[in-house]
Design a protein around this ligand. Structure first.
Ligand SMILES: Cc1ncc(COP(=O)(O)O)c(C=O)c1O
Length: 479
């Protein structure tokens, strides 16, 4: 190893540590200057290489000053967390080893088996050997799980979908609510199910799947000769963090022979907070669960996870062992590439291991409970403020609300709230994003960072109100 690398590695560690230290005192996010943006967009391909020192300077001067903002405790946007520092360090070590975690007998493969089991243990999901794998995120984990669901449904109808495809079969129908994440629809489309056969059933006033609507839709589809095969529930919807009622959905799925899938991308780890754990009763009865260590656990992106109750359902769906990979089986479980779509796979497990091991189960649970506790507090403050309106109960750690000063009609409130997220973001003090929930433009604050303080939450509400007032003033003066 040459000294040049060693020196650069020390300098990189220093740069990264300084970056993480300084984040909280910097603006959360700032739009990039057009010149800086084009400097990146128009980078020329270098003919000759440059040294580590020069590379590091570029990273320091042109990349790190422009973060997305999600490392900052005052970032409440989308579902993007701050990275666990232990996971950051692990990323460097993992890339130095640079294995393909497809299979074989090397540490990364066995570590992945262990951390997938840890993830299942954390959320209380059953874990047979081989019953899951790490993925790029929940979008991919959903494709993996729904592919297994599709295979089982076709098999039950006497069809080998891998061999014969779906042509000529009655349509396989799945059920979601309008609050389900778009990755479910994407998976259904990619798997050839057709998005019109992913039926949207009604949610109740608080965003939970309604059993009566689900039952009626299933009966209607059966009567029309279609094959109901799947129900997808949420362990924390992306809009408001609502958790579907798993027990009755599991009962219905068992009665009707449906594959029961849970999208726990954002919210599954909420089960670690004893105050809300009851909401998750029945999660363990799902056939599959997709979730994201790169969200609430803070594992550096990317890292999703697919868990299934029956490992053979995955292996039967994906196993395709070419002759050059035979006989290299570790422990009889085969290769990870037999359980999902990827052949060459990154060493994701080291950052998962480091992030969880550094906090321990109790530390992870404390972090989660910190966020849910703060979200409940923020919800109360919103309710107490006459200029703000809470739009959904706070079930996990998302607070859905809007700015509604006196004297505005509904149309003006809608317009104002559609402009508010960007107006707040541009001020740089806090970062919050928006969405539409039940036809209403809203702000949704997603709390994932255990370093966020009550003062940060107060600032969030102050910023929303002053950015809102500013927008109103501007609107009045431009009239
Ligand atoms: C509830 C929910 N499901 C699925 C996804 C998609 O996950 P990923 O971005 O990891 O593919 C997200 C992302 O925010 C989500 O919040």
């Amino acid at each position: 190893m040459n000294d040049d690398f060693r020196t650069a590695a020390r300098a990189t560690a220093q740069l990264v540590a300084d970056y993480l230290d300084e984040l909280p005192s910097r603006p959360v996010w700032q739009p990039m200057d057009p010149a800086e943006r084009s400097a990146l967009l128009e980078l020329t391909l270098p003919e000759d290489g440059v040294g580590f020192e020069e590379l590091l300077k570029t990273v320091e001067r042109t990349i790190m000053p422009h973060p997305m903002g999600n490392g900052n405790p005052r970032f409440f946007g989308w579902v993007n967390s701050a990275p666990q520092p232990a996971g950051v360090l692990a990323t460097l070590a993992a890339s130095a080893m640079n294995p393909s975690s497809a299979g074989g007998d090397h540490a990364d493969v066995h570590l992945e088996r262990a951390v997938v089991r840890w993830i299942a243990e954390l959320v209380g999901f059953p874990h047979p050997a081989g019953g899951g794998l790490l993925t790029s995120g929940t979008s991919m984990a959903t494709i993996v799980c729904l592919a297994a669901a599709r295979d089982r449904a076709a098999r039950n109808a006497g069809r080998d979908v891998r061999q014969d495809g779906l042509a000529g079969m009655p349509p396989l129908v799945g059920y979601v609510t309008g609050e389900a994440h778009s990755c479910v629809r994407k998976a259904a489309e990619l798997l050839g199910l057709g998005s019109k056969h992913l039926r949207v059933v009604e949610a109740d006033a608080e965003g939970h799947l309604r059993l009566d609507s689900l039952e009626a839709a299933i009966a209607e589809d059966r009567a029309a000769g279609r094959l109901p095969f799947l129900v997808v529930a949420s362990a924390g919807t992306v809009g408001t963090g609502a958790v579907d009622p798993f027990e009755p959905i599991a009962d219905l799925a068992a009665r009707e022979g449906l594959w029961f899938h849970v999208d726990g991308a954002y919210g599954a780890f909420g089960v670690l907070d004893p105050q809300i754990a009851h909401r998750y009763a029945g999660l363990e009865r799902a056939d599959s669960l997709a979730l994201d260590p790169h969200k609430w656990l803070g594992v550096p992106v990317d890292c999703g996870c697919a868990l299934v109750r029956d490992a053979q359902e995955l292996r039967g769906t994906f196993s395709l062992v070419p002759s050059y990979l035979r006989d290299e089986d570790a422990g009889g479980l085969g290769w990870f590439s037999e359980y999902g779509t990827e052949q060459t796979r990154p060493f994701r497990s080291l950052k998962v291991w480091a992030s969880i091991a550094h906090r321990g189960r109790s530390g992870v649970a404390r972090d989660i409970a910190h966020c849910t506790g703060q979200a409940r507090r923020l919800g109360v403050w919103v309710e107490q403020d006459p200029e703000l309106e809470l739009l959904a109960p706070v079930e996990t750690s998302i607070v859905a609300f809007r700015y509604r000063p006196a004297g505005l009609d509904e149309e003006a409130v809608q317009r104002l709230n559609s402009l508010l997220p960007v107006a707040v973001q541009q001020r740089g003090r806090v970062f919050v994003t928006g969405a539409v929930y039940r036809g209403q433009e809203m702000l949704r604050a997603c709390l994932l960072n255990a370093a966020t303080t009550d003062a940060d939450l107060r600032l969030l509400l102050d910023e929303v109100k002053s950015a809102g007032a500013e927008l109103l003033d501007r609107g009045r003066t431009s009239m």
